[in-house]
Write a protein that binds this ligand. Structure first.
Ligand code: SAM
Length: 234
């Protein structure tokens, strides 16, 4: 029996990926397909544009921590163009191969830049931005790192932070197994998807973390399919 009571410590293949850049592109493509079909990116985008509407200004800077191959940033750029909102978007990731794919896929997006950094150890004291986002990245971290990670983001962002990550439960796990038979091609994405759910969160755990971040207004909501969006407003 799989234990869903506690977060798993099992590493994902993507955390120490041994394949070449073609194999990595196929895995990232699978993750993008899941996000598109299950609406994962829309959850972050809706939260970002809510923050923007609440705090009108001429333009906004957004940092995406653990951006992978940058699909989330391109989705935000396309929506912002439609809404006539000026955005400057920076994607940060420690995986240089993912960033190469991101840069190649973003040639039509001059508003995007990418930086190679480990978000847990990088010094962001010289940076500032309006909004920090992070989608499907927090579950890669140990409990002990998550508070540092969230504190660093709240210092960095002048408007707020949007975290979009997975709910950990048995139903999500077994439905993903069925879903992956049809929609996921690579073994790594299938296996990592299941590990990710076991590394995901319960709402009570997010609420406990939020109580350590004072002077911030927290909104934590469940979204289909088995996601939590945690919006922090300064
Ligand atoms: C599951 S992918 C999510 C990518 C993208 N945000 C999305 O929603 O499709 C997690 C990403 O986090 C990155 N990542 C994991 N740990 C990181 C760290 N310590 N610093 C920077 N990036 C990290 C991985 O390289 C990977 O690209």
């Amino acid at each position: 029996m799989i234990n869903f009571k506690e977060r798993s410590n099992q590493k994902e293949f993507l955390d120490d990926f041994q394949g070449d850049s073609h194999e990595l592109a196929a895995v990232l493509n699978d993750i993008n397909r899941v996000n598109r079909i299950l609406g994962g990116n829309r959850i972050t985008a809706n939260a970002v544009f809510r923050l923007i509407e609440e705090r009108p200004k001429d333009s906004y800077t957004i940092l995406d921590m653990g951006c992978g191959e940058g699909e989330m940033l391109r989705a935000l750029a396309i929506l912002a163009r439609k809404k006539n909102i000026s955005l400057k978007l920076t994607g940060i990731d420690l995986n240089s191969d993912a960033l190469k794919i991101a840069k190649q896929a973003s040639l039509e997006f001059p508003e995007l830049t990418f930086l190679e950094k480990d978000v847990l150890s990088a010094d962001f004291s010289d940076y500032n931005c309006d909004i920090v986002i992070t989608t499907l990245t927090m579950h890669h971290f140990q409990d002990s790192d998550i508070l540092n990670f969230a504190q660093q983001f709240t210092r960095l962002a002048s408007i707020g932070v949007v975290i979009n990550d997975l709910q950990r439960n048995a139903l999500a796990y077994y439905l993903f197994k069925v879903f992956s038979l049809i929609f996921i091609k690579t073994k790594v994405a299938k296996q990592d998807g299941l590990t990710s759910i076991r590394r995901g969160f319960r709402k009570s755990e997010l609420i406990a973390l939020s109580s350590s971040l004072s002077d911030i207004h927290h909104e934590i909501s469940w979204k289909w399919a088995f996601r939590y969006v945690w919006i922090m407003r300064k």
